[in-house]
Write a protein that binds this ligand. Structure first.
Ligand code: KIV
Length: 275
C-alpha cells in the first residue's frame, strides 16, 4: 500500500455518495497481482471470505479465519492505488455482539489498511452496525443469500421470494438506518432488488440481483473462469483462464518431455557475462 494510494482512493462516504449515479464497480481480490490488474477499473475491491473456497479449496466460507483475512487483506492492499479496500469479517468474528465485532473490525482495519469492513446479516445485525459506525468503523452490510449462514438457510438458495420479500426489505431498511454506507444484496429476485434500491438511501451492490442496483460485485475467480468447481447462474464468465492455463501447462509438460524446453534463448553461455 503506498501513501499516494490512500490519498486517491475513494472513502466510504464517496461510495455512499454514488447512490443513484454511475454504477459502482467492484470485484473481489485475494492477491497483490490481481489487485493491481483491477485497481484502475474498480471503485472498491473486496477481500471476500470467498477466498476460503476459491483459493484454499475449503467447502464453505465458515472455515475462514481472521488470520487468513489479514494475510490476503495485506496482499491486496499492496496492489491498490486507486480503488477503496473493503474486507470481509469472517464467520465467528462478529456475531457474539458489538464489542466482539468492534475488536475484530479494528484489527482487520489496523492490520490491512482496509477502509471498511463487510459483515453478513440484516435486521439482527443492525445494533452491531450502529455500534461500529458510531465508533469509526465504516460498515458495508450483506443481505439476501449470506453464505456464512448456508447451514441455517438450507443451501445456496434464492432468498426473498414471495412472502419472504418483506423481511428482506426490512433487512435493507434497518442496515441503512443503522448507518451502513452500502449494502450487498445477493441472490434475490431482480424485482425485489429494484424495490430495495428505490427504497433505501444507501447504494445497493448486487450479486445475483439486478442491473438496476447501484453497483455490482463478482468473485474475480468466477468471472475469469479460474474457479470452475461450480458456476452460479449469476456469474458471467468474461475469460477462460482455467482452461487456458491448463492448456499452457500441458504444452509446457510436452515441451519438457520432448527436451524442447528450455530452448537456446532460455539458457546461458559459459563465456559471455549475462544478466
Ligand atoms: O466473499 C465474497 O466474495 C462476497 C461477495 C461476493 C459479495 O461476499
Amino acid at each position: 500500500m503506498s501513501a499516494t494510494a490512500r490519498k486517491t482512493a475513494p472513502l466510504p462516504s464517496d461510495i455512499r455518495a454514488m447512490k443513484g449515479g454511475a454504477p459502482i464497480v467492484s470485484l473481489t481480490a485475494y492477491t497483490t497481482p490481481m489487485a493491481q490488474i483491477m485497481d484502475a477499473h474498480c471503485d472498491f475491491v473486496l477481500v471476500g471470505d470467498s477466498v476460503g473456497m476459491v483459493l484454499h479449496g475449503l467447502p464453505s466460507t465458515t472455515l475462514v479465519t481472521m488470520d487468513m483475512m489479514i494475510m490476503h487483506g495485506r496482499a491486496v492492499a499492496r496492489g491498490l492505488d486507486k480503488a477503496m479496500l473493503v474486507i470481509d469479517m469472517p464467520f465467528g468474528s462478529y456475531e457474539e455482539g458489538p464489542a466482539q465485532a468492534m475488536r475484530n473490525a479494528a484489527q482487520l482495519m489496523r492490520e490491512t489498511g482496509a477502509a471498511a469492513v463487510k459483515l453478513e446479516g440484516g435486521a439482527h445485525m443492525a445494533e452491531t452496525i450502529a455500534f461500529l459506525t458510531a465508533r469509526g468503523v465504516p460498515v458495508m452490510a450483506h443481505i439476501g443469500l449470506t453464505p456464512q449462514s448456508v447451514g441455517t438457510l438450507g443451501g445456496y438458495k434464492v432468498q426473498g421470494r414471495g412472502a419472504a420479500a418483506s423481511a428482506l426489505s426490512e433487512d435493507a431498511r434497518m442496515v441503512a438506518e443503522a448507518g451502513a454506507f452500502a449494502v450487498v444484496i445477493e441472490k434475490v429476485p431482480a424485482s425485489l432488488a429494484d424495490r430495495i434500491t428505490a427504497d433505501v438511501a444507501i447504494p445497493t451492490i448486487g450479486i445475483g440481483a439486478s442491473p438496476g442496483c447501484d453497483g455490482q460485485v463478482l468473485v474475480v475467480d468466477d468471472m475469469l473462469g479460474l474457479f470452475t468447481a461450480f458456476k452460479p447462474k449469476f456469474v458471467k464468465r468474461y475469460a477462460t483462464l482455467g482452461t487456458d492455463g491448463e492448456a499452457a501447462i500441458a504444452a509446457y509438460a510436452a515441451d519438457v518431455r520432448a527436451r524442447a524446453f528450455p530452448a537456446p534463448e532460455h539458457t546461458f553461455a559459459d563465456e559471455t557475462p549475462s544478466a
